[in-house]
Design a protein around this ligand. Sequence first.
Ligand code: 5GP
Length: 193
Amino acid sequence: MTEGDGLVVVLAGPSGVGKGTVHRRVREELPEAILSVSLTTRAPRPNEQTGVDYWFVDRPTFERAIADGDLLEWTEYAGNLYGTPVGPLDEAVARGKVVILDFEQEGAFAVKEARPETLTIALLPPSMEELERRLRQRGTEDEEVVDRRLEVVRQQLPHWRRFDRVIENDDLETCVRDVLAAIEDARHDTVHG
Ligand code: 5GP
């Protein structure tokens, strides 16, 4: 393995599984790992910053990005549009970065199709009950939004096995270690076929 190998990693998992905490720890351990910043029409939550968490834009701006071919993939989720700017992603990979995409299930499949060398990782909770508990505890959304997200989670359950790796997020540090190992394997494969 050469340390300079770029890689796209999709870290997907149901809303509330703890993807944010996991990729924050992964980026602490792997300095060349960066997070792709998506475009979205969703309103910022408290403490979210444009250019850091997302590029927060209005619908016409988002639609122009689609028309101009600026997005690798995009989706509508819970009434809002989300998409991946393709230019910054390809540039970062060319510079040897490990670019992490924090995504929903369908977005992961779309990226895999557009860039087959992508490593797709499904991050799953120990149980549905645990996921529901984490989602409600987060407290940033009202009941109705949480219920809608749980329904999406149930529909998606059978499809996680199509990911390159399925990793359980029970103990955080074990999970982070597994994700780092999967990334190292994939970068090795990139060189040796
Ligand atoms: P949230 O509103 O909670 O930040 O994100 C909602 C869902 O959209 C999350 O699962 C998030 O990972 C996903 N998402 C964020 N950016 C993108 C993107 O660029 N493309 C796709 N397909 N999904 C995204």
